[in-house]
Design a binder for this molecule. Structure first.
Ligand code: PMP
Length: 396
């Protein structure tokens, strides 16, 4: 069968592939600890579920406007003022089927073949796939372990060329967990102020999962709102991964472009989800606060359990729910004839021997690391740490 050429430019996300492998082993009766997927293990708070039930009972079961119901767009504007002190109008909001679709809408609306898109590494898998789909040229900026995988203004300046169309990043970052401080963002914004033709996608989906302080958005600095597209969603902060709701706030022209595209792709996202999202965004974020407290405890626990495992080099991240250790010291080592050549080999070894599922750093363009999600119970984290210690020690 001859499928369209564009499919050869993307592959199945490794995160999803590892979770699939993990489920297969579980189905064979193997007790696997799955640290591969990026989703809270909490259930959606009750008041949000109640709003969805009322939406069904009240008959909100029809198509909605493509960009979202008016109440939800207003709720997003309210949230941006309350949490980020940012002023937007409802016309600048476009609601989509997950932040993944929001990102796809924006990249498809902005990137033409040959346009350069700067993405600091490590980055979330989907960013590169979307740029490749549009035949854009990915320009990476290498984040270093020593600098907590955050880039400097000098690195950014050096990467910008007359062909640069877009810069995309996440803070808090998936996979590194790094969080840019307000000062660091301000310094990056100062570079962008010299290049007004470059757009910025600021993926803030982990906004609430921040352990060290108030979330900062690059959109809050002068001249940034007119070229910044904030991407956010409810999956992580409200434990709503299955509901599929993401949104952007953007300069009006970009908001309209993504609405046009979405009108041909999916139309508005689920009406029921949208009513639930209003309840999530207009109420206080205390449930998110409770969840973050648990994530912080787990981060501290898992970090403490792993930090002195010989061969693991590990930073303590300030946000999201991942550890991203450098495991390159294991390259070239082996166990029973199985040689670990790279991070994918190590992930396979950990899955089949230790029965712990992780994701190779290759997936995030950082081949010396692996990603482990700690969005799971403390019992499972303890078990995973014990297994990792045992099986890593066997590599000689
Ligand atoms: N951005 C980042 C950085 C993510 O980690 C994720 C989910 N893993 C998303 C966007 C997409 O989230 P969703 O589509 O569930 O809203």
């Amino acid at each position: 069968m001859k499928l369209a050429e564009r499919l050869s430019r993307i592959s199945e996300p490794q995160t999803i592939m590892m979770a699939k492998l993990s489920r297969e082993l579980k189905a064979q009766g193997i007790d696997v600890v799955d640290l591969s997927l990026g989703e809270p293990d909490f259930d959606t708070p009750n008041h949000i579920r109640a709003a969805a039930k009322s939406a069904i009972d009240d008959g909100h079961t029809h198509y909605t406007p493509v960009a979202g119901i008016a109440d939800l767009k207003k709720a997003v504007v309210h949230k941006l003022k309350r949490d980020n002190n940012l002023d937007y109008s409802p016309e600048q909001v476009v609601v989509s089927t997950g932040a993944k679709q929001s990102l796809a809408n924006v990249v498809l609306s902005l990137v033409d073949p040959g346009d350069e898109v700067i993405i600091p590494t490590p980055y979330w898998v989907t960013y590169a796939a979307l740029v490749n789909l549009c035949q854009g040229k990915i320009v990476t900026i290498k984040g270093s372990f020593e600098h907590d995988f955050k880039i400097t203004p000098e690195q950014l300046e050096a990467a910008i060329t007359p062909k640069t169309k877009l810069f995309m990043f996440s803070s808090p970052c998936n996979p590194s967990g790094a969080v840019y401080t307000k000062d660091e963002l301000e310094a990056l914004a100062a570079v962008f102020s010299k290049h007004p033709e470059v757009f910025v996608i600021s993926d803030e989906i982990y906004e609430y999962i921040n352990y060290d302080g108030q979330h900062a958005s690059i959109a809050q600095f002068e001249s940034m709102p007119e070229r910044t597209i904030i991407v956010n969603g409810l999956s992580k902060g409200f434990a709503m991964t299955g509901w599929r709701l993401g949104y952007i706030v953007a300069p009006l022209e970009i908001a309209k472009a993504t609405e046009k595209l979405q009108g041909q792709f999916t139309s508005g996202t689920s009406s029921i989800t949208q009513y639930a999202a209003v309840a999530a965004l207009i109420n206080d974020t205390s449930t998110a606060v409770e969840m973050v407290k648990a994530f912080r405890e787990r981060r501290d626990l898992f970090f403490d359990l792993l930090k002195d495992i010989p061969g693991l080099k590990i930073n303590k991240p300030e946000g999201a729910f991942y550890l991203f250790p450098d495991i390159s010291s294991f390259f070239g080592k082996s166990y029973e004839g199985q040689v670990i050549k790279d991070s994918s080999d190590l992930c396979a070894y950990l899955l089949h021997r230790a029965h712990v599922t992780t994701v190779s750093g290759d997936a995030f363009e950082e081949p010396n690391c692996i990603r482990m999600s700690y969005a799971t119970s403390t019992e499972k984290l303890k078990l995973a740490a014990e297994r990792l210690r045992t099986w890593l020690a066997k590599l000689q």
